[in-house]
Design a protein around this ligand. Structure first.
Ligand code: SAM
Length: 292
């Protein structure tokens, strides 16, 4: 394994890259069941796997996080939304209004949606919130390594980075990729800290722009996270704006609530007061509602 991982060996994501490479052999049909003979597979495909580990950034897009995000979009409270996602990967969560959702208090979306998301929720979101039906008008994402869903090889690599035995995650990803292939959201390649001010300056006044992100700002330094806050706050002071964040909460109450402590936070300008709507786990499977 050390030989294959080379310079990336000590990096936290080296195992993800290596198992992604092995999973890709399975998805591509070359090794239908690499897991039952892993030592041989690692030996036989060593050069190829070493290249994959050296060259491929680990790239994932977790569609289930839309189940955690939906109550945030609804809480923004506007009838028409222009979405700007920071770190969208393949942009699948920009298509959140295409899926159906189930929560204890009710459901959202159409019965014939290509994907139905559900999870374990307590305390909400409330039924009245789930009655809101905002129209999504704009969908734009900024990612330094965007995945082009129309490129079959790129779409297969995205699937390879899901753990091979997590079939439900894979099925969700494939269903979302199928939809995205026909209506790919616009993705800008670049650093969102650089691109965002220009995009916000050009936002339209006849819809509410919602800047949102999930599992993305953890990759920024504390200084850059503060810079992002400054960019959004400045834009919010100039014209209406919403900022929805599904990120690690930065505290440690996992022992108390029983799952990873991500949080769903919303700020809407004018005003810009921060509302913590929910605690979530990292992949959008569990939610504890805190909002109104
Ligand atoms: C773990 S993925 C999460 C993808 C998606 N938000 C989701 O929830 O599935 C993090 C994404 O953020 C992007 N990213 C991180 N920092 C970025 C930055 N400063 N500018 C642009 N993209 C960034 C990465 O390229 C990656 O696509």
């Amino acid at each position: 394994m050390e030989e294959i991982c080379g310079a990336r060996g000590s990096s936290w994501d080296a195992p993800l890259a290596l198992f992604g490479g092995v999973h890709l052999l399975a998805l591509g049909g070359e090794e239908p069941d690499p897991w039952s003979r892993l030592p041989q597979v690692l030996r036989e495909h060593r050069a190829r796997l070493a290249r994959f580990v050296a060259e491929e950034p680990v790239q994932t897009n977790e569609v289930q996080r839309a189940w955690g995000l939906l109550p945030g979009f609804l809480s923004a409270g506007a009838p028409v939304l222009d979405l700007v996602e920071l770190g969208p990967s393949a942009g699948l969560n920009l298509l959140w209004d295409r899926w159906a959702y189930r929560y204890p208090a009710g459901s959202w979306g159409s019965d014939d949606a290509p994907l139905a998301l559900h999870g374990e929720a307590e305390g909400g979101p409330p039924a009245e919130l789930l009655e809101r039906r905002p129209l999504v008008r704009g969908r734009l994402g900024i990612d330094r390594a965007p995945v082009d869903v129309r490129d079959d090889a790129a779409a297969l690599r995205l699937q390879a980075f899901v753990w091979a035995d997590q079939e439900e995650r894979l099925a969700r990803l494939r269903a979302a990729l199928e939809v995205a292939r026909h209506e790919p959201p616009e993705l800008v390649a670049g650093d969102y800290l650089e691109e965002l001010p220009r995009l916000l300056a050009a936002r339209a006044p006849d819809a509410l722009t919602v800047v949102f992100h999930s599992a993305s700002t953890a990759y920024l330094s504390a200084e850059d996270r503060a810079r992002l806050g400054g960019i959004v706050e400045k834009a919010g002071e100039e014209a209406p704006l919403a900022w929805l964040s599904y990120e690690h909460a930065g505290d440690d109450i996992q022992g108390e609530i029983g799952f990873e402590t991500f949080a769903l936070d919303l700020r809407v300008w004018p005003g810009g007061e921060r509302r913590r709507l929910a605690r979530l786990d990292g992949h959008g499977n569990r939610l504890r509602w805190l909002g109104p």
